[in-house]
Design a protein around this ligand. Structure first.
Ligand SMILES: NC(=O)c1ccc[n+]([C@@H]2O[C@H](COP(=O)([O-])OP(=O)(O)OC[C@H]3O[C@@H](n4cnc5c(N)ncnc54)[C@H](OP(=O)(O)O)[C@@H]3O)[C@@H](O)[C@H]2O)c1
Length: 216
């Protein structure tokens, strides 16, 4: 499988790159800082392409994405950013990447969203703006007509992977190691769970075989 990961130097993205490379998938990693190329290649990316999703024009993003079987949005404006970048990155970045996938006739699109992401979420704090931006991005992905996978994790930790989670359409709030989110994505991309949105937190269900447990 040829996988493009945008936000390729992100923590989940690096774990996902390792997992995909280990099983023989090809990863094209989109990074915004050329100094990160060596690190993503070391994690297993076959290609590292510099592409800032907020700065670059759509045509250039499509060129950076190239050919692939699936595009994964693993980027994010990050906790230090204000409301403006929730709009330009957490919403706008997804929309731009989605347009690139459509332009390049890539059939699948996966996005790391967030528990609580909701286009109708109310409030004006930065975190409210973030949840709304993520929710609007999810809506755009669902409306795209592409085969999609939207993974909405709870609070992320850097704990070692448990290999087990609680996942479903709606689950109780909780935390989850980033490495387990990466493993969930890797498993569902391989096992072909199609057109689905899932919430995921730490739990006791093995990640291996998750697609089947979720209903194929
Ligand atoms: N924190 C939480 O508890 C939580 C909970 C649920 C969901 N999430 C979501 O989970 C996702 C991944 O989290 P993570 O911790 O793995 O992320 P991360 O380590 O913060 O990585 C985010 C990546 O996005 C990249 N990025 C930022 N702006 C960009 C731009 N304009 N163009 C291209 N790339 C850009 C960053 O590049 P640099 O490396 O150059 O900075 C970074 O590599 C995010 O979407 C986040 O919103 C987070």
């Amino acid at each position: 499988m040829r996988v493009v990961i945008a936000g390729g130097h992100g923590k989940i993205a690096i774990e996902l790159t390792r997992l995909l490379d280990e099983r023989g998938d090809l990863v094209r990693s989109l990074i915004r800082n050329p100094d990160h190329a060596e690190e993503v290649r070391h994690a297993g990316a076959t290609e590292a392409i510099v592409c800032d999703l907020e700065e670059e024009h759509e045509d250039r993003v499509a060129e950076a994405v190239g050919e692939a079987d699936v595009v994964v949005f693993a980027a994010g404006a990050g906790p230090g950013s204000g409301p403006e970048r929730k709009e330009t990155m957490d919403y706008g970045g997804v929309v731009k990447l989605l347009a690139a996938a459509e332009h390049n006739h890539i059939p699948r699109f996966a996005v790391i969203s967030s528990m609580g992401a909701d286009s109708a979420h109310e409030g004006e704090e930065t975190f409210d703006v973030y949840l709304r931006a993520k929710g609007r991005a999810d809506d755009a992905v669902r409306a795209s007509g592409l085969d999609y996978l939207i993974v909405k994790p709870g609070g992320l930790t850097d704990d070692p992977p448990a290999g087990t989670v609680t996942a479903g359409e709606s689950v109780e709030r909780g935390q989850i190691p980033r490495a387990d989110v990466a493993a969930v994505l890797a498993t569902l991309l391989r096992d072909g769970a199609r057109a689905r949105t899932i919430e995921v937190v730490g739990g006791t269900t093995p990640i291996e075989g998750l697609a089947e447990r979720l209903g194929g």
